[in-house]
Design a protein around this ligand. Sequence first.
Ligand code: SF4
Ligand code: SF4
Length: 185
Amino acid sequence: MTRRSGTQQYPDVEPDLPPRSRGVIALLEENCTVCMLCARECPDWCIYIDSHKEEVVVPGAARARQRNVLDKFDIDFSLCMYCGICVEVCPFDALYWSPEFEYAEYDIRDLLHDKDHLGQWMATVPPPPAHDPNGEPSKEEATAARKAAGGPATGRAAGGPAATRVRPQRPTGPADPSPPTNADA
Ligand code: SF4
Ligand code: SF4
């Protein structure tokens, strides 16, 4: 009774959403290598990708290289359940969440966003959060600091021995009984 009402006056007043809200998915096309991981992992099968191969001639190389060129990248937001798996699995940081959510349509077919439409959402992706000043330094920062201090870098990159896996010892118990022989019968 004494608490103030929490009613939000949307659409007259825009909600103040957290920057990591899952509103819409944005595509950074130049990062996409057409690896297809997102389309394969999407539980709703609502990512449609098409591509072709292109030869890239590298001066001095024995053979021309091949690279995938993205022709089509569509997400059907009428099927998407906003699980975020595609964003999580993309190994090349080509997919991002944007908090924008005002893209309702009168025609359900317009909820299929093609790569140009998905690319336009990139302008609404918030910047990544700043590093926690009290958190641990990143692996790269720690290695650089060790090198600067004249200490050894870790692992194989420093020419150190490769890490070896130690197989756990089986607990010692009574010796296995010898296999039965014809004399036992
Ligand atoms: S958020 Fe989930 S359902 Fe939507 S496109 Fe990505 S993987 Fe598919
Ligand atoms: S997982 Fe990332 S790089 Fe691979 S096809 Fe999807 S968006 Fe492109």
